[in-house]
Design a protein around this ligand. Structure first.
Ligand code: SAM
Length: 238
């Protein structure tokens, strides 16, 4: 049986991505905090080449859509063979098909997935995947937004990045997860750093006052103001 090398073997949080383009990984996930966490073994990544499970001399993974129409559809038997192969080593990871039809990826969903054993992700291509394998392998469909990408790999990377930075030990002690956008249903307050004045724009006085209570109140009211202006839907959902 094929063995697919992975980075961070037997890490606490384990990711497998089923893809036609394994060479895209780790890509941007190999740099900065998330990349350092991969090197440190805080999470692991295995890119599973779907082509290896293709059928026939050409290892076909797709075929024409039943009922006619443009494009190609990824075959249920090929995808199921790949999923079943990975499942042997990953009995508990939730299986997610990145799809524009899926439930939206939110901070809450990222936190839910980060708290689990890892994820098994299917990156679609072409017109998508045969509906029967979604039901037959009980895939959860997740979308990263209301637009159509040419493939699920970038969507998988977005999901992985959002989860990995929530894993214990990935962010430094000075990074505060608790005050970020979407925590507590609000967007983040404005941030400033040196210089104190730049192109005639000064840092708000309250932030230089040293009064922690006043700073916290200002940040809270700014977060509420910005959320009301830009994302009133978030306030309604709180
Ligand atoms: N025909 C499909 C439709 O209209 O819903 C779009 C297929 S898209 C060209 C190819 C693949 O990209 C999909 O199978 C999916 O894996 C991925 N994809 C595209 N947009 C996405 C999104 N917004 N979120 C997550 N995955 C997406």
């Amino acid at each position: 049986m094929a063995h697919f090398p992975e980075k961070g073997d037997r890490a606490a949080w384990r990711v497998s991505v089923l893809t036609l383009f394994p060479e895209m990984f780790p890509g941007p996930l190999g740099v900065s905090l998330v990349g350092q966490a991969l090197e440190a073994g805080l999470w692991s990544l295995a890119a599973i080449p779907l082509r290896e499970f293709g059928v026939g001399r050409h290892r076909a993974v797709d075929d024409t859509p039943a009922g006619g129409g443009a494009g190609m559809v990824m075959r249920a038997d090929v995808l199921a063979a790949a999923v079943d192969h990975v499942r042997q080593g990953e009995p508990d990871a939730p299986l997610i098909y990145l799809s524009p039809r899926g439930e939206p990826l939110t901070q809450a969903l990222a936190a839910e997935l980060a708290a689990g054993p890892g994820v098994m992700l299917l990156a679609g291509r072409f017109e998508g995947v045969d509906e029967r394998v979604i039901a037959g392998r009980q895939m959860r469909e997740v979308s990263i937004g209301d637009y159509v990408l040419s493939g699920g790999e970038l969507a998988a990377m977005v999901l992985i990045d959002a989860c990995v930075r929530l894993l214990p030990g990935v962010l430094g002690a000075s990074d505060s997860l608790g005050e970020e956008s979407f925590e507590d249903g609000l967007l983040e307050y404005p941030q400033y750093t040196k210089p104190r004045e730049w192109e005639g724009r000064a840092i708000p006085e309250v932030l230089l006052s040293g009064d922690h209570k006043k700073v916290a109140e200002w940040r809270r009211s700014e977060a509420e103001r910005i959320t009301a202006e830009r994302r009133p839907d978030l306030l309604k959902r709180r």
